[in-house]
Design a protein around this ligand. Structure first.
Ligand SMILES: [Zn+2]
Length: 92
């Protein structure tokens, strides 16, 4: 019985630790997201800060441009509203 209880306690602790990690990651993401939005608004790479106007551009069928930063991050530029966003997995 005692052994079972300590096992239960151990799993509970693991669950708390894992939950804590998730919460920390969410908090970091919540902090970083507005900063990344500001970078994209100014046309800068969120990872290295390079102006994306200097990055390689390839026109896409839908009128947008695929922009590849020198650090490897890929963005989609929309000429209609002059906005950048991170490329989705299937656009890379
Ligand atoms: Zn970059």
């Amino acid at each position: 019985m005692k052994r079972y209880e300590s096992w239960k306690f151990a799993t509970l602790r693991v669950a708390v630790v894992r939950g804590g990690e998730v919460r920390v990651k969410e908090a970091i993401k919540a902090l970083i997201r507005p900063i990344q939005m500001q970078f994209l608004k100014r046309g800068m790479c969120v990872a290295c800060g390079m102006p994306l106007s200097k990055a390689d551009r390839v026109s896409r069928d839908d009128g947008t441009e695929k922009v590849t930063c020198k650090c490897g991050r890929i963005y989609i530029f929309n000429p209609a509203d002059q906005s950048y966003r991170r490329a989705n997995f299937n656009e890379v």
